[in-house]
Structure formats: structure tokens, C-alpha cells
Design a protein around this ligand. Structure first.
Ligand SMILES: Nc1ncnc2c1ncn2[C@@H]1O[C@H](COP(=O)(O)OP(=O)(O)OP(=O)(O)O)[C@@H](O)[C@H]1O
Ligand SMILES: [Mg+2]
Length: 387
């Protein structure tokens, strides 16, 4: 299904074919909705990620604007009234645990699932009434890699280019450009099934960029990747936004949202439980997570009292009997708290101060830990498939 959006950037293809890669051209293109003729102007060449069209009709500064967006599956809300404002040119992070409603939100905004309630405008288009026009301007890299495993990286990209209307030569040129930019040129002629997870993910993202979209949805782009591959994907995302593409990414990692996103929305059970910049989010949940392991488990209660007094926050017992965890307001307070333990003669075998995990963010925001999702009725799945 994700390919349906990716392969719908028909308006852009015209510009690419007519203009070649380095020229700015003006093309009039008939949109299917209404009788308007929309002026499409291609921006100057901005490198591999800059082949982008700008639609004169859209005047809002917001790439995405939703009010009370809802989706039900089997009568139960998967997305339960979400309000989003995503400025153009920004990276927006949708952070949430399994089953929070991230993919469902993305699927609605990318026109792949019909909302059951609320309002949404994406790039100025109504999601339902102007879906076809919107599809020409967006791309989606879904949660699970959708490359053709039996084809090589080069063949995958050429295939998509051809489906999008590129000439044989144009598709090959664009494929080469992308393979180079995504660091997979050396494996261009190898079957995708031989690629590592990171390479496959990069090829998957590259497939969404055969024509550069104005808005790119990335559903958990780095889940399952090792740190090096994750950094490569982060780099790609940063370069994309530097060239003007708006990115909406979903993630389960606070660190990823923190590294990339201008604003972050935390969602759980289809509802937004926090929204703001990373700094704002940290101000409400604490700057870092302090984990302390004691030399003797018998001192845990005493350590808890001392740490709570020194930090001024709740200190939790970990499931591991010698460990305590707390969200700390700043690094200095963590130092004071450890010194207080030493003064009281409580030995610490090790400690760490790092980014809070998603679970710790949740606990700080909601007072409860993240839960394992309860899938909604199976019959709803078949209903959705039939839509
Ligand atoms: N097509 C569908 N049919 C029925 N239920 C669905 C469908 N898609 C999602 N759901 C349900 O809606 C809820 C939200 O799912 P969604 O996939 O949006 O969560 P998510 O945040 O993307 O989770 P994950 O991190 O596991 O990908 C879950 O309870 C899920 O089981
Ligand atoms: Mg998902």
C-alpha cells in the first residue's frame, strides 16, 4: 500500500522529465480536483535531495494541520482526536509505544486510510476531497521495508522511476544519483535480499525520493538498525530537510526524536499526551535518567529516601533488586545526589546518567509505564483491507 503514495507523484514527474535535473522550468498542470490549473514551479537544483516542486496554491505555513483526527477499528479508536500543526520545512516527531496509533496517523495523513472523524489539511489539501492532488506531493516510507528483494538496488529504483514516467535513461540517471547519495552504489547490482538491514532501509527511503516530495512520511525509519546505520539514516533526513522537504517521522526512541525533530508529539492509546520542542519535553519529564546500582541491596530504602531528598523527584525501584531510577532535572543535581549517598555511607557499584527511555518519559508524563498493545478485533483488519 505504501507504494501507492510513493508512485503517485505524477505531477512532479512531468517537471523532472521536461526539465532534466539542473534546470528550473515552469509547467502548467491540470489537477483532477475542481477546474483550477495549478502553477507548478520547480526550484533550482539543490543536489540529490532538491528536485522538488512548489505549488503556488498553497499559502499556509503549515504542512500538516489536523483537528480532532480520529480513526476507529472495530469500533475502538486507534487514533482518538489528534491535533497537529507541522510547519513547512520542519521535522516533526511522533513518539509513542507499540499500538499508540503512529502508523494509523501517518496512513491517514498520507491518504491510505480514511479518517472517521476530525479535520485535516495536508499541504493545504483536504485529506479526503483532494486526496489525488495531495498524493502527487508526498511520499511515504512505511514501517516495513517494501523493496523487491529479488531485484538489485539499481533495478528497484529504475523500476520506480519508470512507473513514475521517467524515460529509461532518466530513470537510470536518477537511480545512480540516489544509490551514490545513499551509500549503496557499491552494491547497486546486488539483489536487495543480500543487503544488510541498514542498506535495505536506505534503499527503501531512496525509493520514496525518486522524485523529491514536499512532505515525506517516515514510519519508524531506524527501528532495528545498528547505531552506525541509524546515524546514516539520520544524516539523510537532515539533508532532506535542509533541501526544503518537510518530514514527519514516527519513532519509539526519545533520542531519535530529540536528535532530529523540531517538535515532538508523544502519543499513547491514540491520544496526544504531550507536544513541544525537545527542550520543552525534557523540562516536563526531566533532562536525564539516573540509574544507580547499589553495592548492597539491603540499603535500597535508605538510598531512595536520600536520593528523593537530594533530587526533589520521585525515585523508583527497578525490577533488579539493587537498582534505583530517577528522572533528574539536570546533571549537577545528579552529582549532588550521588555525593549525598556517599556521605551516608551507601556504596554505589555503578551508575549512569543518560537520555530517558520512552518508558521513562511515559512514566514522568502519565504516572504509568507503557503497556503492551491490545490488538483490536481481527474482523476490523479485514474490513480495512476491503476499504
Ligand atoms: N488495519 C487495522 N485493522 C485493525 N486494527 C488496526 C489496524 N491498524 C492498526 N490497528 C490497531 O490500531 C491501534 C494502533 O495501531 P498502529 O499500528 O497505528 O500503532 P503504532 O503506534 O504504529 O504501533 P507500532 O509501534 O507497533 O507500529 C492498535 O491497537 C492496532 O492493533
Ligand atoms: Mg507502527
Amino acid at each position: 500500500m505504501s507504494g501507492a503514495v510513493r508512485r503517485c507523484a505524477v505531477g512532479q514527474v512531468g517537471a523532472t522529465i521536461a526539465g532534466g535535473l539542473n534546470q528550473a522550468v515552469n509547467i502548467e498542470t491540470n489537477q483532477s480536483e475542481g477546474s483550477c490549473v495549478e502553477g507548478v514551479e520547480r526550484t533550482a537544483y539543490l543536489g540529490c535531495f532538491g528536485e522538488r516542486t512548489q505549488h503556488a496554491m498553497t499559502t499556509s505555513d503549515q504542512a500538516v494541520e489536523t483537528h480532532g483526527l480520529r480513526k476507529l477499528y472495530g469500533g475502538k479508536p486507534a487514533v482518538d482526536g489528534i491535533d497537529l500543526m507541522i510547519p513547512k520545512g520542519s521535522i516533526f516527531g511522533l513518539l509513542g509505544p507499540n499500538g499508540a496509533g503512529k502508523t494509523t496517523t501517518v496512513r491517514m495523513l498520507a491518504t491510505l486510510a480514511r479518517p472517521d472523524g476530525g479535520e485535516a489539511r495536508v499541504l493545504g489539501h483536504d485529506l479526503v476531497r483532494e486526496a489525488a492532488a495531495l498524493r502527487r506531493r508526498i511520499a511515504l516510507t512505511g514501517q516495513f521495508a517494501s523493496v523487491d528483494e529479488d531485484l538489485s538496488g539499481q533495478e528497484n529504483l529504475v523500476l520506480i522511476g519508470r512507473l513514475l514516467g521517467f524515460s529509461r535513461k532518466g530513470a537510470r540517471a536518477r537511480a545512480e544519483e540516489l544509490l551514490e547519495a545513499f551509500g549503496i552504489a557499491d552494491a547497486a547490482n546486488k539483489q536487495a535480499k543480500s543487503y544488510s538491514g541498514g542498506m535495505r532501509r536506505r534503499l527503501d527511503i531512496a525509493s520514496s525520493l525518486v522524485t523529491t516530495p514536499e512532505l515525506l512520511f517516515l514510519d519508524e525509519p531506524t527501528t532495528g538498525l545498528d547505531p552506525r546505520s541509524r546515524n546514516q539514516v539520520w544524516d539523510i533526513i537532515r539533508r532532506l530537510t535542509a533541501a526544503g522537504t518537510t518530514v514527519l517521522l514516527t519513532t519509539q526512541y526519545l533520542e531519535e526524536a530529540d536528535q532530529l525533530a523540531d517538535r515532538i508529539a508523544v502519543i499513547d492509546h491514540g491520544r496526544m499526551i504531550a507536544e513541544g520542542t525537545s527542550t520543552e519535553l525534557k523540562a516536563s519529564v526531566g533532562a536525564g535518567a539516573l540509574h544507580v546500582r547499589l553495592a548492597e541491596p539491603g540499603r535500597r530504602e535508605a538510598a531512595q529516601t536520600i536520593l528523593e531528598k537530594a533530587l526533589g523527584v520521585t525515585v523508583e525501584f527497578d525490577s533488579e533488586p539493587r537498582r534505583l531510577n530517577a528522572m533528574v532535572p539536570d546533571d549537577a543535581s545528579a552529582g549532588h545526589a550521588l555525593a549525598a549517598l556517599a556521605d551516608a555511607g551507601i556504596a554505589v557499584s555503578d551508575f549512569s546518567l543518560g537520555q530517558p527511555s520512552l518508558d521513562e518519559v511515559f512514566f514522568a508524563l502519565t504516572g504509568h509505564h507503557t503497556e503492551t498493545e491490545t490488538p483490536v478485533a481481527a474482523e476490523a483488519v479485514s474490513k480495512e483491507a476491503a476499504q
